[in-house]
Design a protein around this ligand. Structure first.
Ligand code: PMP
Length: 427
């Protein structure tokens, strides 16, 4: 009998390209049929056929307090009753700006929008307006959303599909984007020596989550900070994924490096569409209506979405929230490493805060090039067998995983127990 899931996917493919509204959801990298969900609660998900899963995707990051958290849901219901949108300022937006400024002090001024893509695109436009320069620098395997100039050697779904560049992006646009290897300090120095004074900004995932998890070398980040300052280039930390997740103050707090601008998304909306970009006041003052850099949004600062974000940010400020999240994520990583070792599978794993990376290779990779050494077939086998056992991981070897505060010791133990069986089958 055909499952409800299969019927939905078959029909979806007729009306929606690939049957999905965002490419990585399609399971193209791992093969098989994507799971259609109907309910989530805490660390658990239920698909349309009633099967239960422990969720390690968490909507790709936002659900840091777990699905359908009662405090968040109640606040959203109350906000919704006051109208879904005004298209005019509200006190909620001020509250959010104040909270962002408190938790991420480098964001002296902030503007809200509705996605990470908008946040990075607008941050770059602002940096270009501020510096009067065109060139931008990014790193291979880092994904910063799908605006034209950033789809150059990007990560996430683009790596999954082996398409380093997207169709539909004019070469003349991509020509302004210079790409360097992540963690390669020498390349960085060479580029700045040559063209540093033409660089408007450098955008970076301060911990990468879009070519699996890649941890930065301290020396690399510090050199980047120094070179940007020396050459008057704006340093943008894209903390859409790492913000409020690797630490309460994001990666910039964890590594004690102050960027000029920061982009946020995911957790800041608690599962509803919110993005934000902000930073030094002198830079942010370039934005319309004060300055000449245009940026806008009908639903920017949407009251219901901002409410979900505010409640989520309230919950994650609980004492020890991040210490517990970090410990729980580390417990998962340790358990999986031990299980792989017992089964004799070449495997490694690591975590930063509530983000983790799983690699089917000896050492944790430090660049896109090294990440390519990971055994993709082993990952795919692992992914599917774990899925059959009710463990929902990212459907690609190039994605990081996410733990939420709702993940219990029992969830972790069940996941490791499932992995023990799965590793023993991998050949
Ligand atoms: N930047 C980073 C670091 C991301 O991980 C993502 C999304 N995964 C984006 C930007 C784009 O965000 P969105 O999907 O909300 O447009």
């Amino acid at each position: 009998m055909t499952s409800t899931n299969q019927t939905l996917f078959d029909k979806s493919q007729e009306l929606i390209p690939g049957g999905v509204n965002s490419p990585v959801r399609a399971f193209r990298s791992v093969g098989g049929t994507p799971i259609f969900f109907k309910k989530g609660l805490g660390s658990k998900l239920w698909d349309v056929d009633g099967k239960e899963y422990i969720d390690y995707i968490n909507s790709w990051g936002p659900m840091i307090v777990g699905h359908a958290h009662p405090t968040v849901i109640k606040a959203v219901q109350e906000a919704a009753a006051n109208s879904l949108s005004f298209g005019a300022p509200t006190g909620l937006e001020l509250e959010m700006a104040q909270l962002i400024n408190k938790l991420v002090p480098s964001m002296e001024q902030v503007r809200l929008n509705s996605s990470g893509t908008e946040a990075t695109m607008s941050a770059i436009r602002t940096a270009r307006g501020f510096t009067g320069r065109d060139k931008i620098v990014k790193f291979e395997g880092c994904y910063h959303g799908h605006s034209d100039g950033l789809l150059v050697k990007a990560g996430s779904g683009l790596l999954t599909f082996g398409e380093p560049d997207s169709g539909g992006v004019p070469a003349s646009v991509a020509a302004h984007t210079l790409t360097l290897e992540y963690n390669n300090t020498q390349q960085l120095k060479d580029l700045f020596d040559k063209t540093g004074d033409e660089v408007a900004c450098v955008i970076i995932e301060p911990v990468v989550g879009n070519m699996n998890l890649i941890v930065p070398h301290m020396e690399f980040l510090q050199t980047l900070r120094e070179l940007c300052t020396k050459h008057g280039a704006v340093l943008i930390f894209d903390e859409v994924m790492t913000g409020f997740r690797v630490a309460l103050g994001g990666a910039q707090a964890l590594y004690n490096i102050k960027p000029d601008m920061t982009t946020l998304g995911k957790v800041i909306g608690g599962g509803l569409p919110v993005g934000a970009f902000g930073g030094r006041k002198d830079i942010m003052q370039c934005l319309a209506p004060v300055g000449k850099v245009y940026q806008a949004g009908t639903l920017s600062g949407n009251p219901v979405a901002v409410t979900a974000g505010l409640k989520t940010l309230e919950l994650i400020q609980a004492p020890d929230f991040h210490a517990k999240l970090t410990a729980q994520t580390q417990k998962l990583v340790d358990g999986l490493k031990a299980a792989a070792k017992e089964a004799g599978v070449i495997f490694n794993a690591q975590s930063v805060g509530g983000m983790f990376g799983l690699y089917f290779c000896e050492k944790c990779p430090t660049s896109y090039h090294e990440m390519l050494q990971s055994n993709k077939e082993h990952f795919n086998q692992f992914f599917h067998s774990m899925l059959d056992s009710g463990i929902y991981l990212g459907p690609s070897a190039f994605e990081a995983g996410f733990v939420s505060a709702a993940h219990t010791d029992e969830d972790i133990a069940n996941t490791v127990a499932a992995a023990k069986k799965v590793f023993s089958l991998i050949k």
